[in-house]
Structure formats: C-alpha cells, structure tokens
Design a protein around this ligand. Structure first.
Ligand code: HEC
Length: 159
C-alpha cells in the first residue's frame, strides 16, 4: 500500500512536470547519429536491393546476379522494408535538421521504398530495377541539399 502511494506521488510529479514542459524529452533512446544511420542501416540495405541485377564478374565470366531462390527474394523485401522504415528514423525530431524540406525528402523516400518493397514482394525484376533507380535518385536528392559532400563529383547536383 505504501509503495502504491509512493508511485502515485511520483506519477503525479511526473505528470505535473509534463504539463509544465510540453517539450519534455521523448522516450526514444537514440543510438546512431545521422552518419551512423546512413552507414550502418540505410546504405547496406540499399546495397542489398541494388545488388539484384548487378553484374558479377568471376572465374566463369560475366553474369547477372538475379535473385532466384526464395531466400534471395526475401532478402530484397527485407532490404526494402528496412529502407522504408528508416525514413521514419530520419524523421524523428531528435534527428531531423528541420521540419520542412527534410520532411518532404523523407516522405518521398518512404514512398519509393514502399514501391520497392511491392516490386520485391511481386518478384517483378523489371520493377525492382526501375524502383531501385528511383530510390537512388531520392537518396541523392536529399544529399544534394543536406550532404553535398557525399555526391559523386560527376553528379551535376554536386556543383
Ligand atoms: C532525408 C535525407 C536523406 C536521405 C533520403 C538519404 N540520406 Fe544519406 N545522408 C543524409 C545526410 C544528412 C548525410 C550526412 C550525415 C553526416 O555525415 O552527418 C548522409 C550521408 C550518407 C552517407 C555517408 C555516410 C558516412 O559514413 O559518411 C551515405 C553512404 C549515405 N548517406 C547513403 C544513403 C543512401 C544509400 C540513401 C538512399 C537509399 C540515403 N543515404 C538517403 C541524408 C539523407
């Protein structure tokens, strides 16, 4: 009973604190900063997605790496889902540099990643190529504004 009362007092204090301070920190526990999120989550997932249809050169010559097994198609869907949800990680208030262009770019990113997921789920290789190219375009559109140093020097948007 005593414990219960103590909890009630603490809860009341916390609620009072919230009311007084509407911008109180969220419950999120951030692990990656934006650079780490890109390096450890977004870029590896994009590489998996883009690897479908990549040209592999090995001892037997040059051949396309086309997903064949259930596992390979599943890996593409997993990658596309990781991309789509990582858009939400970029949108978190603690990470987003602004609530304007950044929000537009992340929404475009989530939308195209969802289309990439649909293409992978449908096992439609042509749609995987096409949406993969569009994913790349959305990555670099955001970089052109927020991380220009990551663009290839040959990219017109880098200049
Ligand atoms: C909404 C904006 C946005 C989108 C969309 C976005 N990025 Fe980034 N990206 C950034 C920012 C900002 C940085 C710079 C982070 C820093 O160094 O502080 C960055 C940096 C990077 C880096 C460099 C990381 C390093 O180790 O320095 C890579 C690689 C990268 N992004 C890959 C991607 C790929 C691949 C995609 C698409 C699949 C993508 N990004 C989509 C904003 C974005």
């Amino acid at each position: 009973m005593k414990t219960y009362r103590l909890q009630a007092v603490i809860l009341a204090a916390l609620l009072a604190g919230c009311a007084a301070e509407p911008d109180a920190a969220s419950d999120y526990v951030l692990v990656a900063d934006m650079q780490e999120l890109m390096y450890h989550v977004v870029d590896p997932a994009a590489d998996v997605y883009w690897s479908a249809g990549g040209v592999i050169v090995d001892a037997e010559g040059e051949h396309f790496q086309i997903p064949e097994s259930d596992e390979e198609w599943e890996a593409l869907s997993n990658a596309a889902m990781t991309l789509a949800e990582s858009g939400n990680l970029m949108l978190m208030e603690e990470r987003a540099p602004d609530r304007e262009a950044w929000v537009t770019f992340t929404h475009q990113f989530i939308e195209i990643s969802r289309q990439a997921l649909e293409a992978a789920d449908a096992r439609n290789l042509e749609a995987v190529f096409d949406t993969g190219a569009e994913v790349y375009y959305v990555c670099t559109n955001c970089h052109a504004v927020y991380a220009i140093e990551t663009l290839r020097p040959t990219d017109a948007r880098a200049n």
